[in-house]
Design a protein. Structure first.
Ligand code: 6GP
Length: 839
């Protein structure tokens, strides 16, 4: 089999090739070779990182044939490709995932062992590319994995931030942000393609002119031009030859120096434009949902969109004589509104550069784009002050006006004399200051608009996009999110993967529905005991990690109750804390209380400027300090805040969880994807009817899900009657005890000011209805404790959760996008022999 592989890859060579061979000895030799020739080291003086690099290049070599063949195939005349435009791709470390998808994990593990090293340690050496904030960026990464695994021709376009999401340290219980220097030791997974650079205009003015054929045209005379250089990373599918590209753009000045200024002796002025251009993609904005209307952010968005569209057009014209069939060969997905300026930019390229008439250009544009919305929070809807937009992108603003005029004309016909409809649908917000509304542009320019879970897609139609829904109902659809089982099970939970595979074979890894077959084993006591054994071992690993990282000793037999996600008031980490303090008070009053011991584990970053989120972190760590050190509790409760939650840490945490906290206020979490990762790894969920929780509960069965809290309509109802949070405080003694304990400085060494902003917010405003949901949450948590006491029952529920998670594979989501939005087909990649002729 191995020599067959070698001969497919290189028919001229009968022995295993050092760059493609897959047997243990070849891999071992190849690693040493790369160590010497790329890292310039002998084993005796090589660091762990050197070995990691040598192995990474060894694996990359084995991807290249697949990658180049995929890229070539995708260029062909009749192949339709997906372009996924996203300001964020939170891909996570590549090495382990590529080993899984190449299906060479075992060989490599052995080869590394024979060199006296440990594969896991090398995998752990990889600096993760933190090019995203949270759910939206991670979803994009799961989707790339599924696109390749399903053999769909695709390319991900984004920004190569020099500094990704900050590293979080915890000092004295507070979050401290440290710059993320993910590139400092080099990135073996990317290849720069400076020959495919493109130019991007900014500022300046526009000018009308008449072309040689007497046609009226507009040109943009920019103030400055920035160069975009693509960096490509292969994204291999699971056990297929498809390796699609993630193409990230880096900005650079067009000329390193402004020679005129340089000659005049203005050295600093001369480098100024270089510094300015390179600043553009320096750093990822660390806010996840609320927007930050910073000019640099708009520059980033336009920069990567403009580069990507030019790139698509260039590749399109290699095999096609015109752009007339652009929409037949490209499906472009807008990952939220961050790339929405693409609608206007494609119009600009078609009309100004390729001289299309407006109407046919508009047809192509609308047919090409799809728009996914990821949030209902009104503060997260992107809008740009007209003044900034017009100054930075004067031609784009003119085009947006034209799109808007033509669009509003259609609205006027459909809803005559309806001024309020007109003003809500208009791309230009004229309420107080003037703004460009990116969601409106995205809706008008796309043929499909989708939310990310059933509930969310319904709420979009009822609330923020209501008027668009009235106008074009046929555009609206839903695609419930999913996660890739490769990273979130096979890679992160090898023990459970092994147990499941022993029972039902391995087809479930790319046909997740097959997990259903596990149901037949729920009544098998020995299977349940193996199931518990696996969970126990994984929890022991996490316990060791916790002790090493934060010095807290936790009991692996305790219930691991986990909430990991960005820190946000709507996600209600502080509701979780109210429960912890409730248990604390109960145990203090009644030391004999019969409840299972619990370890509460938190992780997540707060946006650096988000006051309340940062206080919530301080609340968690402060409550932890008291509880973890209270001898009366006899270790029955522990509270851990794990610093620097990211993909890598997620891979440790999800497999070890018993209970998954999905406790957002109903109607606020668009979908959630962590909820799926937990369930897939056998955790039970305590959650509200929000986002994809609704569908998870439907799948696993109400009896295997701990539900609590107000529903979305009830939330609206409570708010419409003038919600009075203080009433809950007055009438609920236990709740009062909890809030009073925080207020009196008990968790803050007597400092009453420190945590009071949180208490005041809950008592006098409570926009996310924590107090309204408190009792229901506490009751549900009591059911959790009861269920956990009966370990056989808990195991049954856990097995059924996993068995019924088939729907939540990102393979299913991507299949739906392909069928209902993109209309693309898989193309299987033939491995072409590599030789000098076709090289
Ligand atoms: C997130 C949503 O909050 C989360 O519920 C969803 O699962 C995820 O997107 C993927 O769809 N939204 C964002 O991260 C965001 O920045 C603008 O939205």
């Amino acid at each position: 089999h191995l020599s067959l592989m070698a001969s497919i890859l290189n028919p001229n060579v009968t022995i295993e090739d050092d760059r493609t061979g897959l047997d243990i000895e070849t891999i071992r030799r190849a690693v040493l070779d790369n160590l010497f020739y790329i890292q310039g080291k002998f084993p005796a003086i090589a660091t762990k990182h050197d070995f990691y690099m040598a192995l990474a290049y060894t694996v990359r070599d084995r991807l290249l044939q697949r990658w180049l063949n995929s890229v070539q195939t995708n260029l062909k005349k009749d192949v339709k490709s997906v372009a996924y435009l996203s300001a964020e791709f939170l891909v996570g470390p590549h090495l382990g995932n590529n080993l899984i998808n190449l299906d060479i994990y075992q060989q490599v593990e052995q080869a590394i062992k024979e060199s006296g090293l440990n594969l896991q340690e090398l995998i752990d050496t990889e600096e993760e590319p933190g090019l995203g904030n949270g759910g939206l960026g991670r979803l994009a990464a799961c989707y790339l994995d599924s696109l390749s695994s399903l053999e769909i021709p695709a390319i991900g376009y984004g920004i190569r931030y020099e500094f990704g999401i900050f590293d979080q340290h915890i000092q004295d219980g507070w979050q401290v942000e440290i710059t993320d220097k993910w590139l400092q030791y080099g990135n073996p997974w990317e290849i720069a393609r400076p020959e495919s650079s493109v130019m991007v205009n900014f500022g300046g003015r526009t000018e009308a002119y008449t072309d040689d054929h007497g046609a009226f045209r507009v040109r943009w005379i920019p103030e400055y031009v920035v160069k975009g250089i693509p960096y490509d990373t292969p994204i291999l599918g699971y056990k297929v030859n498809t390796a699609n590209t993630l193409r990230l753009w880096r900005s650079e000045a067009c000329e390193s120096f402004n020679f005129e200024r340089f000659n005049q002796g203005d050295y600093y002025g001369a480098v100024d434009s270089k510094v300015h251009s390179e600043n553009l993609c320096k750093v990822l904005y660390p806010n996840d949902e609320p927007i930050q209307g910073k000019e640099l952010r708009l520059q980033q968005q336009y920069f990567f969109v403009c580069c990507s569209l030019q790139d698509m057009i260039r590749t399109h014209l290699i095999e096609n004589s015109s752009l007339d069939n652009f929409d037949q060969l490209w499906a472009i997905q807008l990952n939220d509104t961050h790339p929405a300026v693409a609608v206007a930019e494609l119009m600009r390229l078609l009309v100004d550069v390729h001289h299309y008439e407006w109407e046919p250009a508009w047809q192509i544009t609308e047919n090409t784009f799809g728009y996914t919305n990821h949030t209902l929070l009104p503060e997260a809807l992107e809008k740009w002050p007209l003044s900034i937009f017009g100054r930075l992108l004067p031609r784009l603003l003119e085009i947006i006006y034209e799109i808007n005029n033509r669009f509003l004309e259609r609205v006027r016909i459909k809803f005559p004399d309806n001024g309020s409809k007109m003003s809500s649908l208009s791309i230009i917000d004229e309420s107080d200051d003037k703004y460009v509304r990116m969601a409106n542009l995205a809706c008008i320019g796309s043929h499909r608009i989708n939310g990310v879970a059933q509930l969310h897609s319904e709420l979009l139609k009822e609330t923020i996009l209501h008027d668009f829904y009235a106008l074009f109902p046929e555009k609206f659809t839903n695609v419930t999110n999913g996660v890739t089982p490769r990273r979130w099970m096979v890679l992160s939970n090898p023990r459970l993967t092994e147990l499941i595979t022993q029972k039902i074979g391995n087809r479930w890894i790319n046909h997740l529905d097959e997990l259903k077959q596990l149901e037949q084993f729920v009544d098998d006591a020995s299977f349940r005991s193996q199931w518990r054994q696996v969970k126990q071992e994984v929890k022991q690993d996490l316990a060791k990690y916790i002790e090493k990282k934060v010095g807290i000793v936790v009991n692996p037999a305790s219930l691991f109750d986990v909430q990991v996600k960005r820190i946000h008031e709507y996600k209600r980490q502080h509701l979780n804390v109210l429960h912890i303090i409730t248990l604390y008070n109960r145990l203090k009053h009644n030391p004999n209380l019969d409840i299972p011991p619990r370890t509460f584990i938190f992780g997540g970053k707060a946006a650096p400027g988000y006051f309340m989120a940062k206080r919530i972190i301080k609340l968690i760590t402060s409550v932890g300090d008291v509880i973890n050190n209270d001898p009366d509790l006899k270790d029955r409760l522990k509270v851990v805040f794990l610093p620097d939650y990211n993909v890598t840490l997620g891979q440790r945490v999800y497999p070890a969880a018993d209970l998954s906290e999905q406790i957002s206020t109903a109607g606020k979490e668009a979908s959630g994807t962590g909820n799926m990762k937990f369930s897939l790894n056998g955790a039970l969920t305590i959650g509200t009817l929000d986002g994809a929780n609704v569908e998870i509960r439907e799948e696993v069965g109400a009896e295997n899900f701990f539900l609590f809290g107000l529903t979305t309509p009830q939330v609206a109802e409570v708010k419409s009657h003038g919600y009075y949070p203080r009433g809950h405080y007055d009438s609920n003694e236990e709740l009062r005890g909890v809030l009073d304990l925080i207020s009196c400085g008990f968790f803050s060494r007597g400092n009453r000011e420190l945590l009071q902003p949180i208490v005041d917010n809950l008592l006098y405003d409570d926009p996310y209805l924590l107090l309204a949901d408190y009792q229901s949450y506490i009751n549900s948590q009591e059911e959790v404790s009861e269920a956990y006491k009966d370990q056989e029952r808990w195991s049954r529920m856990s097995i059924l959760n996993v068995a019924r998670m088939g729907k939540f594979s990102s393979d299913r989501s991507i299949q739906e996008y392909c069928d209902n939005i993109w209309k693309v087909q898989p193309v299987s990649i033939k491995l072409q022999a590599y030789n000098q002729e076709n090289a």
